[in-house]
Write a protein that binds this ligand. Structure first.
Ligand SMILES: [Zn+2]
Length: 72
C-alpha cells in the first residue's frame, strides 16, 4: 500500500464529504492527533492520526514549495 504524504497546511480530500457539502479539509495541526478544518464551513475537528489516515482519500494541494523527491 502506498503511504500518503501530508504535512501542515495541506488541503486534503476525505473519503466522506463534510455535511456542509465540501470535501476539502485543511490540516491545521499535526501531532498524535490531527486537526483539520473544513474549507467550506471553517468547522474544525480533531481526529486521531490512525483514523485520519484511514479516512484520507488524497492530498489535493501540498503546502510545500520544495520539489518532490522521486528517488527512494
Ligand atoms: Zn464543512
Amino acid at each position: 500500500m502506498e503511504r500518503k504524504q501530508y504535512q501542515l497546511g495541506d488541503i486534503v480530500q476525505m473519503k466522506k464529504p463534510h455535511p456542509c457539502g465540501s470535501n476539502e479539509m485543511e490540516i491545521i495541526r499535526l501531532g498524535m492527533d490531527i486537526r483539520i478544518k473544513c474549507v467550506g464551513c471553517k468547522h474544525s475537528v480533531l481526529v486521531p492520526r490512525a483514523k485520519f489516515e484511514s479516512k484520507l482519500k488524497k492530498v489535493l494541494r501540498s503546502n510545500s514549495s520544495a520539489p518532490e523527491q522521486g528517488e527512494q
